[in-house]
Design a protein around this ligand. Structure first.
Ligand code: ZN
Length: 210
């Protein structure tokens, strides 16, 4: 068999062996991912009827880290706050810049005065068309796969998006002000599904960037 005929086979073997890795990790470089659980400490974020945003964000962020650690051994994960503590927005972005992160994912819960439901993921206005937008779209696609209502990808001049020097997204996992979404976001099943969506999006993102 000629070498040319072997190429497709080699490609399949590489995919199986590398799992969630990209060509970058094949060169021995570690991918640095920052997972940022929004709010914390005396900054509780939005409040639902029975839970606080800071708690939900942290639970989902922890699950995201766990899933990615399990599936992508070559990824170094940095949590801006592994516990219930206050970290300023500048420090969150500063941490990601200091460690020269490859990707920044901030996890938040939404709130509205009137009735609202669904997920939405933000990127900085200057990041349109780039890797941030790609990651944001993948996250929203993964939410939809699990039956969530997607409000789409949006732009906002949030500090953590503005001050980070790498692709960055801020995902709103649902409305804590909506009774049934709050229940979902506090349930083990809901948190697992949300975390799975974000980690699946991350794995697809890694495969798609060199
Ligand atoms: Zn928030």
């Amino acid at each position: 068999m000629s070498f040319l005929k072997l190429w497709p086979l080699l490609f399949i073997v590489l995919l199986v062996v590398t799992g969630c890795r990209s060509s970058r990790s094949l060169r021995g470089e570690r991918f640095v991912l920052v997972v940022d659980a929004g709010h914390g400490g005396n900054d509780q974020g939005a409040a639902g009827r029975r839970s606080l945003e800071k708690e939900v964000n942290l639970e989902v962020a922890r699950r995201v880290c766990k899933l990615i650690r399990k599936q992508c051994r070559d990824v170094e994960i940095i949590q801006t706050r592994p516990d219930d503590e206050f970290v300023s927005l500048n420090d969150r972005a500063g941490m990601a810049n200091f460690y020269r992160a490859d990707l920044f994912i901030s996890i938040h819960s939404n709130s509205a005065r009137g009735w609202a439901e669904g997920t939405e993921t933000f990127i900085h206005p200057s990041a349109r068309g780039g890797r941030s937008e790609r990651m944001a779209r993948l996250i929203e696609q993964e939410y939809v796969k699990t039956g969530r209502e997607s409000r789409g990808v949006k732009t906002a001049n949030f500090a953590v998006l503005r001050n980070t020097r790498m692709p960055a997204v801020l995902t709103e996992i649902g409305f804590i002000s909506n009774r049934s979404e709050e229940r979902f976001m506090n349930s083990r099943k809901g948190q697992k599904r949300l975390a799975r969506s974000i980690s699946n999006a991350f794995i697809r993102y890694r495969r798609s960037v060199p």
